[in-house]
Design a protein around this ligand. Structure first.
Ligand code: PLP
Length: 450
């Protein structure tokens, strides 16, 4: 017999479910088995923070407290929570076609979704490869880049260039081109043949700038230095986040992305934008590529694609790249030996199509654009993302921001911290009153920090 239901957590870390958490029937000490990702497991399990439901802009905790979501989950729930249209589409789909093999078979919605997605992209970025996450999208794009050059008879182009402070997920490709030391340092030698551009953040030069900083476009010239060092004939691709997210919302300096594009063009290097965060309206346009008017050769996406409801990612690929693979193989042969069991999963496709409908019907990308100036009055931002960098406590990096995170949570606000940076990216359905509430709580908490 299960123990009687009680509210709240027990001092031992045991969780007792609320009456509303119908599917959650924890037994004593059941927190142990789940090895939580990117989490201080022992700290969490000693004092857990559990959500049991979500609607629109709020989560509800297991104790029944409402928590305002200033982070769209993990930068993903752009349409807000508990959207009926998505729930219905997913329920219908799982009853109708729960799964279809992804290799050598298809289902209509995958094609429908790919063509709808390609309409969101400028120019000839009109082919879509489906994955299940941002990490898979990144590793897919890197593999396509190397294989593309080989298909074009330039098989020596294998080197990949990322950027310091870049986050590209957790696959071996992604951590190799990524530039966050803690995500790399304990995982061995990573991929060979990877270089990094310098990051573009400079507090002295960029302090108090609004929008895109005027200083820093010259940092793109570092790519020329790497070309001089290795020769372009050995370089496959450069990957950057148009706006770096996970290390604190770093804006590209004015002209920087344009310069990267020019240098890549000059040397036949593919340019990949990692838009796992910036995609699907976050900057007030469909994608950063539209926002900045710079067209890369591939765009990686995930998160907002299904508004976080079902895991799904994708890579947008320019027609010329797709064609190179088609031209390089006999017609009855597989052109790219890559893919996932769950690529274009029917249930994920249903969620994505319903999400795109919501974005369109509610004009959420323009809504984000309209809200951005209000958000900017409170925070250094671009579109609907922004961050606050705290000075670390000497000898205790991350502690100050984590303290802010815990205090905000207690006061009913979910924020995201990375290092000593607080990053925020609310669902695009936010009202001005939510923004006021976010900054009321946050500024109150900041005043109480050591
Ligand atoms: C820019 C970027 N790329 C890749 C990823 C990895 O995505 P996922 O966690 O879905 O693998 C993230 C996740 O935050 C991201 O921000």
């Amino acid at each position: 017999m299960p123990a009687p239901i009680k509210l709240g957590h027990q001092p031992s870390g045991e969780i007792m479910s609320t009456p509303s958490a119908t599917n959650f029937e924890p037994t004593p000490n059941n927190l142990e088995s789940f090895w939580m990702p990117f989490t201080a497991n022992r700290q969490f399990k000693a004092k857990p923070r559990l959500f049991v439901s979500a609607e629109n802009m709020h989560y509800t905790t297991i104790e029944g407290r409402k928590v305002l979501d200033s982070t769209a989950g993990l930068w993903c729930c752009n349409a807000g929570h508990g959207r009926k249209k998505i729930v219905e589409a997913v329920s219908k789909q799982i009853a109708n076609l729960d799964y279809a093999p992804a290799f050598q078979m298809g289902h209509p919605m995958a094609f429908q979704l790919a063509s709808r997605l390609s309409q969101l992209m400028p120019g000839d970025l009109d082919h879509v490869f489906f994955t299940n996450s941002g990490s898979e999208s990144v590793d897919t794009a890197l593999k396509i880049a190397i294989a593309y050059h080989r298909a074009k008879g330039q098989g020596t182009r294998q080197r990949l260039i990322g950027r310091e402070r870049g986050y590209h997920g957790v696959g071996f490709g992604g951590i190799s081109v990524g530039g966050i030391v803690s995500n790399r340092k304990v995982f061995g030698s990573l991929l060979n043949g990877v270089d990094h551009l310098p990051h573009t953040f400079n507090l002295k030069e960029q302090a108090f700038s609004r929008g895109l900083p005027a200083w820093g476009a010259h940092l793109a010239d570092e790519l020329e230095r790497l070309v001089t060092l290795h020769d372009a004939s050995n370089i496959a691709a450069v990957i950057v986040e148009p706006v770096a997210g996970s290390t604190g919302v770093l804006m590209p300096p004015q002209g920087y992305l344009q310069k990267l594009r020019q240098i890549c063009d000059k040397h036949g290097i593919l340019l990949i934008f990692d838009e796992v965060i910036t995609g699907f309206g976050r900057l007030g346009k469909g994608f950063a590529t539209e926002y900045f008017g710079v067209q890369p050769d591939m765009v990686t996406a995930a998160k907002g694609l299904t508004s976080g409801t079902i895991p799904m990612g994708c890579v947008f690929v320019r027609k010329g790249i797709y064609d190179a693979f088609m031209d390089n193989a006999a017609e009855n042969m597989i052109e790219l030996f890559h893919g996932y069991t769950y690529s274009a999963h029917p249930v994920a496709c249903a969620a994505a199509l319903a999400t795109l409908d919501i974005y369109k019907e509610e004009d959420l990308f323009n809504r984000a654009n309209d809200l951005a100036p209000y958000w900017e009055d409170a925070l250094h931002n671009l579109g609907m993302i922004g961050a606050v960098e705290l000075e670390p406590i000497p000898g205790k990096p991350t502690a100050r921001a984590f303290d802010a995170f815990l205090k905000c949570y207690e006061k009913g606000l979910l924020i995201r911290t990375t290092g000593d940076i607080i990053a925020m990216s609310p669902p695009l359905i936010a009202e001005k009153s939510h923004i006021d509430q976010i900054f009321d709580i946050l500024s109150g908490v900041l005043k109480t920090l050591d």
